[in-house]
Design a protein around this ligand. Structure first.
Ligand SMILES: [Zn+2]
Length: 424
């Protein structure tokens, strides 16, 4: 991705650096050749480099670009899981994924970790974004997900003679788990996404207390992935599934819903981050009935929401790390509404705005494995920056409103926001 040439000075705003530190009023951010060279109070700012371009924050907020830590670029606002795999051909889903990536960037998400994708679309989307062919967040790709045969993602009955080639690699036993990871290694992904457990969405045979992979399969995934330098995460609701994942050596946990003391201890021991993705549960309860969701599914989502919120609070209180990612791309949680996750964590889960921003920036970058480069506004880092017309900590929901974004920058280049439209 190209970096901006020359210098840009952002002034007349408060600075949130993404570390959780209190806002710096009347701050200055200096970007030179795409990297941050100063972020702090105006009093300590260096002389303005000659020829610098100015951005006036209008008394608003300057903060790091957001990191969506559970992004599904190929989910196209579906109302039924079945639609994810065979409703459209891969050619069309690729175009939809490019549109979703552009939208995510316009919403202030300058980086994202894919939680799984149809075929290997996210890997090639990442390449296209890095080569400036299409706009989008800096991506870490996962490609196809791995699930046990008969598990949550194995929904096509055998009589239909339709496999799950597009979305999921189905495995039986450790050998097949290793073989699946090796295919992903060849695909070039950075992360392996697995399904250790079921979900409220499948109450008959794979509900949120069901295991969908054995420990041996999960351990084989981790050993093979780590051997090739890949990281592993997984959809973990049931308590036993969370513990299996942590004992198998997972690098991150999606959801971490039914966490008990032992699971929390295992999580903290290796400082494994967790991405709860909770607004989806609330939206399922609220809007599910309009989409034909049955009562047992709604009840399961309610149980998931309450346990998931408590687990998230416990993790943060105990000094663990949470990423903000929301599984967006369902009909009731469409792409473009990603920041609802953040307001949800403040309003419903009880995190402070600054804690939530830290989770959505610094921790998100760390989970991606790019914490040295992005995620905070600190000297030397890439200038992935949001300039927002408003006081974000005081009026947190403005993060949901793209019209309030003055600039969305990647590497110092203004890619979206009002200023992007002005300068063409
Ligand atoms: Zn997901």
């Amino acid at each position: 991705m190209k970096l901006a040439a020359g210098s840009t000075v952002v002034r007349n705003g408060q600075l949130l650096d993404g570390t959780g530190a209190p806002p710096v009023p009347d701050a200055v951010l200096v970007v030179t050749d795409g990297r941050i060279t100063y972020a702090g109070p105006v009093a300590g700012a260096p002389p303005v480099p000659p020829g610098a371009r100015y951005i006036d924050a209008h008394g608003g907020t300057v903060m790091p670009g957001l990191v969506e830590a559970h992004f599904h670029p190929t989910y196209f606002n579906v109302a039924a899981l079945e639609d994810l795999d065979i409703k459209y051909p891969v050619e069309y889903v690729t175009l939809l994924a490019a549109c979703n990536a552009k939208l995510a960037l316009e919403c202030g998400y300058t980086a994202a970790l894919s939680g799984g994708s149809l075929f290997n679309i996210d890997h090639w989307l990442k390449k296209a974004i890095e080569n400036d062919l299409v706009p989008g967040p800096r991506l870490a790709a996962s490609g196809r997900e791995i699930c046990g045969v008969g598990g949550l993602m194995d929904w096509n009955p055998d009589f239909r003679r339709i496999g799950m080639e597009g979305l999921v690699l189905l495995v039986n036993g450790a050998d097949e788990a290793r073989a699946a990871v090796r295919r992903l290694v060849k695909d070039g992904v950075e992360w392996v996404k697995t399904y250790p457990t079921g979900d409220a969405a499948a109450p008959d045979t794979n509900d949120h207390h069901t295991l969908c992979m054995t420990f041996d399969e999960m351990h084989a995934v981790v050993a093979t992935a780590h051997n090739h330098g890949l990281k592993v995460t997984g959809h973990c609701r049931a308590t036993a599934g969370i513990k299996n994942a942590l004992r198998a050596g997972y690098d991150s946990i999606e959801h971490g819903t039914f966490l008990d003391d032992e699971a929390l201890d295992l999580l903290l021991r290796r400082d494994v981050p967790c991405v709860p993705a909770l607004q989806f549960e609330w939206a399922s309860i609220e809007y599910g009935p309009q989409f034909g969701m049955g009562q047992r599914v709604i009840d399961g989502h309610r149980e998931t929401l309450e346990a998931g919120a408590e687990s998230a609070r416990r993790i943060l209180k105990a000094g663990g790390r949470l990423g903000m990612g929301g599984d967006y791309g369902f009909a009731w949680t469409p792409h473009g509404t990603y920041a609802k996750e953040l307001t949800f964590f403040v309003k419903y889960v009880g995190l402070s705005p600054l804690e939530t921003i830290r989770c959505a920036t610094k921790t998100g970058a760390e989970i991606m494995g790019r914490g040295e480069e992005i995620g905070t506004l600190e000297r030397g880092k890439l200038a992935d920056v949001l300039v927002i017309d408003g006081d974000v900590p005081a009026d947190f929901a403005i993060l949901e409103d793209r019209s309030r974004f003055l600039a969305v920058m990647q590497g110092g280049v203004v890619k979206a926001g009002r200023l992007a439209h002005q300068t063409g």
